[in-house]
Design a protein around this ligand. Structure first.
Ligand SMILES: Cc1cc2nc3c(=O)[nH]c(=O)nc-3n(C[C@H](O)[C@H](O)[C@H](O)COP(=O)(O)O)c2cc1C
Length: 412
C-alpha cells in the first residue's frame, strides 16, 4: 500500500507535512568508495540505537545513488553538522554536486572522511541492513567517536534550517540587538503617552543583522488589546525596513535588495528607490490597508503564538513579496487618506543613521487627510524627543548571560 492509497485524505503531501513538524539533527554520512573516491550524503534520519553494544542507525532512501557505495565500503563516518554548515548540508544533498569541494576533510582511522568544522563524528562499520518500505535501515557498530567542536548543531524543521539556543540567550545572543533595546527603553514613556493620547498602538522597530525586531510596543490603556510582543522578528528585505536604508548610500541597500532577489533592472527597484526618496522628503511613510487574504498582521500574531517557524517565515515573505507591497503610496490625498492603516517615522541617532522606526498602527478607518497629518506631527515630535534622549548615549555590552536550562529552536 503506498502513501497515496492510504485512508481518505492521507496522502504523501500530508505525510510529509506532518512529519516536517518533527525536527531532526543533520549528519553527513561519508565513506571511501571501492574506487578510492570519497562519497557522502546528508541524512536527517540518524539516531543512536544501543549503548551496549554501541550501535547507531540511519535510513537511506532505496533510490539513493550514494548509499550503495557506502554499503560496498562496509564502513562509514557520521559527521554531525554545526549551524555554520548549512551550505555543506545543501552540497551533500544535491545530486551531481562536487560535494567534497564544500569543505575540507581528513581520513578517520578506517579512511572515511571526517569533515572539517563538524560538531562530532562517529566511525562505524555496517553491522546489518534491513528493508523498510522505500528505505533501508542501516545499523552501524561504533568503532570510535569524538566531539570535535562543541558548537551548536544544525537542525532541520519544516524544510528550514535552524540551531539550538538556550531560551534566556535568544534575545541576548545578539549584542547589536541589546543596544537597540536599550535605546528603545528610552522611548518607552513617550510611546505609552502617545498610545494613550491617540488611542492607537505604537511600536518601535530596530535592525540587528538581517532582521528587524520590535523593541518596544505600547497599546492605549483599557484598549483590551495586548501590545505586540517585544522581540518579535520581522523580515529586513525589500520592501521591509526601507526607512533604515533610505538615508544611506545606495550601495548599502544592495544586500537588502538581494535578499528579496530584486536586481536594479527590476521594476520594483525603481518603485522602492522612488518611495525612499519620498520618505526622505516627507520624513514619514504611510501604508494603506491591503486586501490580502492573509494579512501580514495575522501572520505576525501567529508568530507570537507559535514562534518564528520556517513555515510562518515563508508565509510572511510570500505575503510581503506580493504585488500590493510594491505599490507604494505616492502622495497622500483626501481620497487615499481614509485607507491609511499605519504611519512610520524615523528616529535618528547622533551619527545621522536611523536608530529606530516608530510606527502608529491599527489607525481607525476612514480618516480625513488632516487627521493623518495630525498623527504624523504627533509621531514626529515623539521621534524628535527620543532622538534627543539618545544623543550621546553610549552602549556598553554586558557579558553576563542568564543561562537557563530550557532551550528553544532559533532559526538562523
Ligand atoms: C536535511 C536533510 C535530511 C536528509 N535525510 C535523508 C535521509 O535520512 N535519508 C536519505 O536517504 N536521504 C536524506 N536526505 C537526502 C539526501 O541527502 C539526498 O537525497 C541524497 O544525497 C541524494 O543524492 P544521492 O543519490 O547521491 O544519494 C536528506 C537531505 C536533507 C537536506
Amino acid at each position: 500500500m503506498s502513501a497515496t492509497e492510504l485512508k481518505g485524505d492521507f496522502d504523501a503531501r500530508r505525510y510529509r507535512n506532518v512529519l516536517g513538524h518533527f525536527p531532526t539533527g543533520v549528519v553527513v554520512i561519508t565513506a571511501i568508495a571501492t574506487n578510492g573516491e570519497p562519497v557522502g550524503m546528508a541524512v536527517g534520519s540518524f539516531t543512536s540505537v544501543s549503548l551496549d553494544p554501541p550501535l547507531v542507525a540511519f535510513l537511506p532512501d532505496k533510490s539513493s545513488s550514494t548509499f550503495p557505495k557506502i554499503r560496498e565500503a562496509g564502513s562509514f563516518c557520521v559527521n554531525v553538522l554545526s549551524t555554520a554548515q548549512e551550505s555543506v548540508c545543501r552540497a551533500f544533498a544535491t545530486k551531481n554536486a562536487d560535494r567534497f569541494s564544500a569543505t575540507g576533510w581528513r581520513p578517520s582511522e578506517s579512511g572515511a572522511p571526517i569533515l572539517n568544522g563538524v560538531v562530532a563524528w562517529l566511525e562505524c562499520s555496517i553491522e546489518s541492513t534491513y528493508e523498510a518500505g522505500d528505505h533501508h535501515i542501516v545499523i552501524g557498530a561504533v568503532k570510535n567517536l569524538a566531539v570535535e567542536n562543541p558548537s551548536v548543531p544544525l537542525l532541520f524543521f519544516q524544510g528550514g534550517y535552524g540551531g539550538f539556543a538556550p531560551d534566556a540567550l535568544v534575545m541576548g545572543a545578539n549584542p547589536e540587538l541589546v543596544e537597540q533595546i536599550q535605546l528603545a527603553d528610552r522611548a518607552r514613556d513617550h510611546l505609552d503617552m502617545l498610545a494613550n493620547d491617540l488611542s492607537v498602538a505604537v511600536h518601535a522597530v530596530a535592525v540587528a543583522g538581517d532582521h528587524q525586531y520590535i523593541v518596544a510596543s505600547a497599546q492605549p490603556q483599557n484598549s483590551g488589546k495586548v501590545p505586540a510582543r517585544v522581540g518579535r522578528r520581522l523580515p529586513f528585505q525589500a520592501p521591509w525596513g526601507a526607512f533604515f536604508l533610505a538615508y544611506q548610500e545606495p550601495r548599502q541597500r544592495e544586500s537588502w535588495y538581494a535578499r528579496a532577489r530584486i536586481s536594479p533592472s527590476d521594476e520594483r527597484f525603481g518603485l522602492l528607490e522612488a518611495e525612499m526618496s519620498l520618505m526622505r522628503e516627507q520624513g514619514f511613510a504611510p501604508s494603506l490597508r491591503s486586501d490580502q487574504p492573509v494579512s501580514y498582521e495575522t501572520l505576525l500574531e501567529e508568530m507570537d503564538n507559535h514562534g518564528p517557524t520556517p513555515d510562518l517565515e515563508r508565509q510572511v515573505v510570500s505575503v510581503t513579496e506580493s504585488a500590493d507591497y510594491f505599490n507604494p503610496l505616492s502622495q497622500l490625498n483626501e481620497d487615499n487618506a481614509a485607507q491609511v492603516e499605519r504611519i512610520r517615522v524615523p528616529v535618528f541617532a547622533a551619527n545621522g543613521h536611523v536608530a529606530l522606526v516608530l510606527s502608529l498602527s491599527d489607525l481607525p478607518d476612514g480618516l480625513a487627510l488632516s487627521d493623518v497629518h495630525n498623527y504624523v506631527e504627533r509621531l514626529k515630535s515623539v521621534a524628535t524627543a527620543v532622538s534627543a534622549s539618545i544623543e550621546g548615549h553610549r552602549y556598553t555590552p554586558s557579558r553576563k548571560n542568564g543561562a537557563s536550562q530550557m532551550g528553544v529552536v532559533r532559526f538562523v
